[in-house]
Design a binder for this molecule. Structure first.
Ligand code: NAG
Ligand code: NAG
Length: 361
């Protein structure tokens, strides 16, 4: 009786604390039994259900991940890791599901749209020491792509939401699902895509609709033409930031949030918790994210503020700070290799005065 009360209380606590990740202590790692206990708590916390068979296989992966995180955090690195919702996934599985934009694949096999071929921020000279577009109201809440390789759509939308707020002073959450379902010419829904194609799709469609009108489902569906035609925010194409040039990237971020491709495949990226990410990673671009600011820590480490699409429980409330100005000209994890941003000079279509609500009455 007492025990069941305790369990109810516990599950309520877990219910209300799901935005935080589950911590663990030394004593959780002492025996097979304590590890199992931790695994069960982790599964409850992240509401991960696994079949009995799978559980045994996954338990071993979980154990190795926990050990890795534990020993990493004992080191004196500028960033920390945490046990998050990717806790029982191998790095290989993680990569194929969450870092699956196949940006490089696209680039190599299809070429990519060149944008206008010009760079409008070339002559920018006024570079403040830091910028945070979140504080300027140009960034929506962190979203979660789920198990769908649609990071490219999320990355695109961050940049379009940003420039739209900068030009109109209105922050409107826009639809990734429209891009996934309707931009079928070059992009491949949950199987990856490129932000540059998505900007061009929005231009060609003469706008994109809202998140509210065309909500996210994490699966590729048939394009809903009536929603596609319900255009709310217009852009006029895109430009590419000159590649491998973090100064050019800085000039751009000073003016608007920017879509970037990175190599997010490392185990440290998988379990990143906080701090400036200085970890080893390649330049095999596989993940689309967006830079929404930059700054410098008190000890002088320069960083980019990067919005991810893995929910707000990953990293720093859904964000990662990545080292800026490293000696490799490709930038940390290739962040300066394929940056692009939407152009907006055209006004949005006039707002429809909620006529459907009137109809419903
Ligand atoms: C894009 O640039 C490449 C190389 O710089 C060029 O070969 C190609 O024709 C360009 N494509 C367009 C559409 O301008
Ligand atoms: C498309 O969306 C509208 C609402 O905007 C809905 O009424 C309609 O059923 C949807 N069409 C399809 C094919 O799902």
């Amino acid at each position: 009786m007492e025990k069941s009360f305790f369990l109810v209380a516990l599950s309520l606590i877990l219910l209300f604390s799901t935005v935080n990740s589950l911590g663990f202590e030394e004593k959780d790692l002492v025996s097979e039994e304590s590890f199992w206990d931790l695994y069960e708590r982790w599964r409850t916390h992240h509401t991960v259900s696994r079949s009995i068979d799978e559980k045994h296989k996954r338990f071993n992966v979980f154990k190795e991940n926990v050990k890795y995180i534990h020993s990493f955090n004992k080191k004196d690195a500028p960033y920390k890791l945490k046990l998050n919702k990717f806790g029982d996934m191998t790095n290989h599985e993680f990569r194929s599901t969450y870092a699956g934009s196949k940006v490089n694949h696209h680039r190599i096999f299809r070429g990519s749209p060149n944008g206008t071929g010009s760079f409008m921020y070339e002559k920018v000279t006024n570079i403040p020491p830091s910028i945070d577009w979140r504080q300027k109201g140009a960034v929506t809440n962190v979203k979660d792509q789920g198990q769908c390789g649609s990071c490219w759509a999320f990355s695109t939308v961050v940049a379009v939401e940003g420039i739209n707020q900068i030009k109109t002073k209105k922050l409107v959450s826009l639809s990734e699902q429209e891009l996934i379902d309707c931009d079928n010419t070059d992009n491949q829904g949950c199987d990856g895509g490129l932000m540059e194609y998505a900007f061009e799709y929005i231009k060609k469609n003469r706008g994109i609709t809202t998140e509210e009108n065309y909500p996210y489902t994490a699966v590729e569906g048939t394009c809903n033409l009536s929603k596609e035609k319900s255009r709310v925010v217009v852009i006029d194409g895109h430009e590419n930031v000159p590649e491998n040039d973090e100064d050019a990237l800085l000039k751009t971020v000073t003016n608007q949030p920017v879509s970037v491709a990175i190599d997010a495949s490392s185990q440290d990226f998988q379990f990143y918790s906080e701090g400036v990410f200085t970890g080893d990673c390649g330049t095999d671009l596989d993940h689309g994210v967006a830079i929404v600011g930059y700054g410098t820590t008190v000890d002088g480490t320069k960083y980019w503020i990067v919005k991810n699409s893995w929910g707000s429980d990953w990293g720093e409330r859904g964000y990662i700070r990545m080292e800026r100005g490293i000696s490799d000209k490709e930038g940390q994890c290739g962040i300066a290799m394929e940056a692009s941003y939407p152009i907006k000079s055209s006004a949005n279509p006039p707002e429809k005065k909620a006529s459907h609500t009137v109809d419903e009455l």
